[in-house]
Design a protein around this ligand. Structure first.
Ligand SMILES: [Zn+2]
Length: 677
């Protein structure tokens, strides 16, 4: 593979009205000639009809001749401008229209027409292969589908495969959901990777498959990967345009095309804030839009080939015209991506436009890209990742591309867990609310985010800084929260109640656990607005029991309770282990100390089992630790013992008490409640 930086514009559409500007601007900023191989003899317009029998042509023509031809973008998908030549794809349905302009052009060898063996593998070839470290092949189409479902079969607790819809030809567009609860929604950020929207740009196809395999086979072994899966809902679609990739035949990627079967460039086919697509929405585009509309993805990337760089929003404007509100955050995460790649790759790799990092429109303005659709309409931070100068890359080079990129791919997913997170809910009902969460004076062009049901959660990556935030929802007054401090590589949770009697003043709530059990809200620190009602819930682990809450030093004994937030709170849930009788010899026997019925009745008993004979003390204490009653004190044989509590029941007043069994060097306790007679 050559690492000579090429200035390829594969993801940058050539809308006609732009060509005038491109011819004047881009030629000036791209003085270096690009070596184009495979140049064929030029065809005249006369022989074009013959060429039009082909599925898609790759052509070049002089940029100067494109000046003033505003409709050209309807006809060709501009791939690259080099010197005074434009390189573009053209589909059969556009041949006649293009020819009518009389522009002299040359037909080049199509990037999908490869002269090497793509190392195609059938499902039989792949199924028994140890895939770890062996991703140097392309799967046949059916093998790709089988491989995706095999991930689900092998790791059903981590993967679910979704077939979100069909291509023009009827091939499947597949997503792998990687989650600790596949098939379910969780209160975590949703992240998406997709690849090969241009069917002949195949590096991302294999990298995506390998990334799925890497994550699920390292879950539970690699702490960083395990934590990533725990904290993120990861969705990966390895091939958005299988009709393009398998254009010739399901058995090979040779002959792959950029466009879909209708000859449409799908990365020019999305709704756009400036200029909607020329072509009607294609099935592949409709499927992706309707699926992602339901998902509230917060970060994503779309993998391409043809050059080596990262390209962040917007494509529709140069950065001196309009910028993403989080432009500096984009520069920060893109710099992290590229610097990490450079650390693990030979010099020259990923050094395209801008040294490998560019604002989309500064490289080349484009309309209808998926990147702008997600950023502008879906509040999702998406960038375009260009993985290899060679579009349909030789299979033996795929492991190198993986090695250079996989750390960056994982780091980028991890960024979705940093920044501002939280929930929005109705303070009266406790129901989650779909609210708009925006930063006045900062947000624009679709950068504000929304909280989503069923959890009311929101997730927003943000650069370190102090932010003022507004929470708005229909039927509620806007709530202003000032001075929220965000740190890089950290997560801050701000939980907001909307409704009467709340304010934007924030209090810190710290949840902690002693013993073994779960609490809701889960452990950690988060901020709540003043007046919020906080519902606490404690659930003991098996063989453990909830003992009490300690809230700013005060004790509470109901596992489910409500707290009104009007100050900073430190909340501790204490769980106790009912019985552990310790044999100081060689064995430890665990057994449950049980009191039932509890709350106490006249006939309640305490029951426990001991494994060795010895001296034991069974007594009841009040919450201040004072002994309220002795049930037994003395020698006991090994075995199960059951003792009535009627004497205690009849002589002690209502309240919370603790039964304690001690002896053989260990003690065990259980909380009981006396409701009064
Ligand atoms: Zn592309």
């Amino acid at each position: 593979m050559s690492y000579i930086p090429e200035r390829h514009l594969c993801s940058q559409p050539g809308r006609g009205r732009l060509l005038l500007k491109l011819s004047m601007v881009l030629v000036l900023i791209m003085p270096t000639a690009v070596k184009v191989t495979g140049l064929c003899n030029g065809l005249t317009a006369g022989s074009f009809e013959k060429a039009s029998e082909q599925k898609e042509l790759y052509i070049s023509f002089p940029v100067a001749d494109a000046q003033g031809i505003t409709d050209l973008g309807r006809l060709v998908s501009l791939d690259m401008i080099s010197g005074d030549s434009a390189y573009a794809y053209i589909s059969p349905h556009a041949f006649a229209g293009f020819a009518s302009y009389g522009i002299p052009f040359s037909v080049l060898r199509h990037p999908g027409d490869i002269d090497f063996d793509p190392a195609m593998r059938s499902w039989d070839d792949i199924r028994n292969k140890d895939l770890t470290g062996n991703w140097d092949f392309y799967p046949e189409y059916e093998a790709y589908v089988e491989l995706m479902y095999s991930f689900q079969e092998e790791f059903p607790e981590l993967v679910k495969i979704y077939n979100i819809g069909q291509t023009v030809y009827g091939r499947d567009i597949l997503f792998a959901q990687i989650s600790e609860s596949p098939g379910e929604r969780r209160d975590v950020p949703k992240f998406m990777y997709t690849a090969t929207i241009h069917g002949d740009e195949t590096a991302g196809f294999i990298l995506s498959l390998r990334l799925i395999h890497h994550i699920i086979s390292n879950y539970g072994k690699d702490e960083g990967i395990t934590e990533l899966v725990r904290n993120t809902d990861i969705w990966i679609c390895p091939n958005e345009n299988p009709d393009g990739t398998y254009r010739n035949d399901n058995s090979t990627v040779a002959g792959a095309t950029r466009s879909n079967l209708n000859g449409v460039d799908l990365n020019r086919n999305y709704p756009n804030p400036v200029n909607d697509p020329w072509d009607e929405l294609q099935p592949e585009t409709e499927v992706m839009i309707s699926f992602t509309d339901t998902m509230n993805f917060i970060m994503s990337a779309n993998m391409h080939g043809g050059t080596e760089l990262v390209n962040f929003p917007f494509d529709s404007w140069r950065s001196d015209q309009k910028r993403h509100a989080d432009h500096k955050w984009w520069e920060f995460v893109m710099r992290e991506y590229v610097d990490t790649v450079h650390k693990y790759s030979p010099s020259g790799y990923m050094t395209g436009q801008g040294g490998g990092l560019t604002h989309g429109g500064d490289w080349y303005v484009v309309y209808g890209s998926r990147q702008d659709y997600f950023n502008y309409y879906r509040s999702c931070r998406e960038f375009t990742l260009e993985l290899s100068n060679q579009k349909l890359i030789a299979s033996e080079l795929l492991p190198d591309i993986w090695e250079y990129n996989y750390r960056s791919l994982i780091n980028y997913i991890r960024q979705s867990g940093y920044g501002l997170h939280g929930k929005v809910y109705d303070n009266a009902s406790g129901d989650p609310i779909e609210a708009v969460i925006s930063i006045p004076g900062h947000d624009e062009l679709g950068s504000e985010i929304v909280s989503s049901v069923p959890f009311g959660n929101y997730n927003r990556p943000l650069l370190a800084g102090d932010y003022n935030i507004v929470y708005s929802a229909e039927g509620y007054e806007d709530l202003f929260v000032e001075g929220v401090r965000i740190e890089d590589y950290q997560r801050l949770d701000v939980v907001i109640a909307l409704g009467p009697q709340v304010s934007g003043e924030l209090h810190s709530i710290v949840m902690d656990v002693e013993g073994e059990g779960y609490v809701d809200p889960f452990q950690g620190q988060r901020l709540y607005n003043s007046g919020a009602n906080l519902s606490l819930e404690a659930v003991a682990e098996e063989n453990w029991e909830f003992d009490r809450w300690v809230i700013n030093g005060d004790e509470f004994f109901e596992p489910d309770m409500e707290v009104s937030v009007d100050a900073d709170l430190e909340i501790l849930a204490i769980f106790s282990e009912p019985l552990s009788v310790y044999d100081p010899g060689t064995t430890v026997t665990k057994s449950q100390l049980r009191v039932y019925p509890n709350p106490l009745e006249q006939n309640s008993v305490v029951s426990f089992e001991i494994s060795e004979p010895g001296v034991f003390h069974v007594a009841i204490y009040d919450v201040w630790g004072k002994e309220a009653a002795t049930i037994h004190k003395g020698f006991l044989q090994a075995g199960v013992h059951t003792m009535g509590l009627w004497g205690f029941y009849n002589h002690i007043g209502p309240g919370v008490y603790v039964v304690r069994l001690s002896g053989a060097g260990r003690e065990s306790v259980q909380r009981i409640f006396h409701p009064g007679r």
